[in-house]
Design a protein around this ligand. Structure first.
Ligand SMILES: O=C(O)CCC(=O)C(=O)O
Length: 304
């Protein structure tokens, strides 16, 4: 039978104070579910992966433990500190403005680390089950937020609208399968202590929310999980989330954000890598980066 009892419906039906208690308990349950899930990472790999997928389908995101080795995290942090800035950051600096975050191209991360990130074994075990056909990496950027900065995208948003909506914005029943346009990965390159550490705020179950108008959901509380160096948050392009300003007392926050989709007409790593790096990459990686064959109706588009 079709059920439709998500957090957004509970919030709209309850009085404000009751609603808050409900939400607190849903977040507490979510935290407990994540702890149970992560305990499984010590057990059989297949079991862990399939539980991660179930978690993602229910909540619209999942935190996957230890996807990147610590030495990769450390090298990529150094690369972010030293690497070539994105033109948008340079433009803002030239205009006398401080960029909200510093974006870095993956140009000089190095072949070994690019493979580890873009075709990460653990995240792909999950993504290939969620996107059933062939897909490629449509977006990859490294970024750093420094203490006192407002952070990237500090407003509630979906990365891409849901193709299915409901008349009143209530949740799409869970029996309806809505396909993800793309799936994003945030690889955390240092540990982040929830909201105080500048963690992204996530609205659980919001991938099934029935409206693409974020103002309907602004009063819903955000979930700010703690993550450890090397963990990855995988989330749907329909999941509502929000960047968090970094308190002055926090450490800088470093992430690599990749996204995977089928034929999405958007960024490719094509121009983000120099020809030397490209020529050194194995064929399956070039294929994943959309560099071997032209795919999809918009494959002639290149963003940069
Ligand atoms: O950096 C973050 O925590 C959030 C970034 C974000 O929401 C985005 O890039 O869409």
């Amino acid at each position: 039978m079709c059920q439709n009892n998500s957090i957004v419906n509970i919030m709209s039906e309850a009085a404000p104070s009751e609603g808050k208690d409900e939400v607190d308990s849903i977040h507490a349950e979510l935290h407990a579910r994540l702890e149970e899930l992560h305990a499984l990472s010590e057990a059989t790999y297949e079991v862990y992966i399939s539980e991660c997928i179930k978690f993602y389908r229910k909540y619209g995101f999942v935190i996957v433990k230890r996807t990147l080795p610590l030495d990769v995290c450390s090298r990529v942090r150094t690369f972010i500190d030293e690497g070539e800035e994105m033109s948008s950051s340079i433009r803002l600096r030239k205009a006398g403005k401080i960029p909200a975050y510093t974006g870095k191209l993956l140009n000089s991360v190095g072949e070994h680390d690019i493979v580890n990130i873009v075709m990460n074994m653990i995240t792909h075990s999950i993504i290939k089950k969620l996107i059933s056909s062939e897909y490629h990496c449509i977006h990859a950027i490294a970024h750093k937020i420094i203490p006192g900065h407002r952070g990237k995208a500090p407003f509630l948003h979906r990365d891409w609208p849901s193709p299915i909506t409901t008349k009143d914005g209530s949740s799409i029943p869970s029996c309806v399968h809505v396909e993800d346009d793309f799936i994003s990965c945030f690889f955390f390159l240092n540990s982040v202590d929830g909201k105080n550490g500048g963690m992204t705020g996530i609205v659980p179950e919001s991938h099934m929310f029935g409206s693409n108008d974020s103002s309907l959901y602004e009063s819903l509380p955000l979930y700010y999980p703690k993550v450890e160096e090397g963990d990855c948050v995988i989330f749907s392009s329909r999941t509502y989330h929000k960047g968090t300003p970094l308190p002055k007392t926090a450490a800088s926050r470093y992430i690599i954000n990749t996204a995977y989709g089928k034929t999405f007409p958007h960024e490719r790593l094509y121009s983000l890598l120099d020809s030397k790096t490209k020529s050194s990459l194995p064929k399956d990686v070039l294929n994943m980066l959309g560099m071997l064959e032209e795919r999809g109706a918009f494959s002639n588009l290149r963003s940069r």
